[in-house]
Design a protein around this ligand. Structure first.
Ligand code: ATR
Length: 277
């Protein structure tokens, strides 16, 4: 069996082992997938120990996506721009890093939700590890306009500056702002903040939403509910982060194994579990 883990702190409740086990069964790939809880300050040492012990790669979650980016000797272009890595592959000549979060988000919006990104006006809230991975793939999906807002404006400005050339190449109008500068009437609004974990209200004003727009929270379960309930009150169609979670996992599986598993079955099974909880 080739061994992989989800590395983070905490990882107790991660659904990645269930998702990847299902992918392995479906594709026939000899993959075993477990959790690796990593105490603060020990990321590189613990991942190295796992690799030396025969591990083939890992997914990375909060709070280690930047450290994983630093640890990779080679990065895919989308990971390079994101300054965040959620997937490492232990190649013979060093660790290769990818960021599959944004591709998972784009796949979930366009394929699972059936909402076109091409020509859309999109608001992305949050410039942490989750938000950073989304910027490049949203640009490449051909949105017309992309606004990244964040509580700490400097982080949004830095991320937008890094993606300026890509945006120009794709004819996308890209800007950064404070939460109060979200603008109005967006077609798609993505919440990549952890504001709801802190019990905070919506990070942006209702005017940011066009009636009937799609509002997606990258979280799922109880953490996503208050923000999505607020968005529905404003007339939005809402979606949690479960589809994105499954799709980013499928992209990671492909990065490791060269085959993209189908996601319909596992998404429906997880949806039933999460909605019942
Ligand atoms: P993740 O990897 O999940 O993105 P993170 O890197 O800690 O986690 O980022 C959390 C994001 O949520 C950041 O954009 C953060 O804003 P700051 O960059 O200003 O810290 C945002 N966030 C957290 N709590 C928030 C709150 N109460 N209101 C608004 N934004 C919040």
């Amino acid at each position: 069996m080739d061994r992989y883990v989800i590395a983070g702190f905490p990882v107790k409740h991660s659904r990645s082992p269930a998702i990847h086990s299902r992918f392995a069964a479906e594709t026939g790939e000899p993959v075993q997938y477990d959790r690796l809880e990593i105490a603060p300050g020990t990321f590189a040492a613990q991942v190295r120990a796992f690799a030396v012990d025969g591990g083939k790669g890992c997914n990375i979650t909060v709070p280690y996506k930047l450290e994983a980016w630093q640890a990779a000797v080679r990065r895919t272009p989308r990971a390079e721009l994101a300054h965040a890595v959620n997937t490492l592959r232990f190649d013979a000549d060093g660790w290769a890093g990818d960021n599959t979060d944004g591709a998972g988000l784009v796949h979930d919006i366009t394929v699972n939700a059936g909402v076109p990104l091409k020509g859309a006006r999109v608001l992305l809230i949050g410039s942490g590890g989750a938000g950073l991975g989304a910027l490049g793939p949203l640009i490449e999906a051909g949105v017309a306009e992309l606004v990244m807002v964040n509580r700490t404006i400097a982080k949004a400005e830095e991320a937008v500056a890094r993606h300026a050339a890509l945006a120009q190449a794709h004819g996308v109008s890209l800007r950064a702002g404070a939460l109060e500068e979200a603008g109005s009437g967006h077609d798609i609004v993505v919440n990549a903040t952890s504001a709801s974990l802190a019990g905070a209200g919506s990070p942006v004003a209702a005017s940011a939403l066009r009636p009937g727009c799609l509002v997606l929270d990258m979280m799922y379960g109880p953490a996503a509910r208050p923000f999505l309930a607020w968005a529905r009150e404003q007339g939005a169609v809402t979606r949690d982060g479960l589809g994105m979670l499954v799709e980013q996992a499928a992209e990671a599986f492909q990065f490791w194994r060269g085959v993209r598993p189908s996601t319909d079955g596992i998404l429906a099974a997880l949806r039933a579990e999460v909605d019942a909880a």
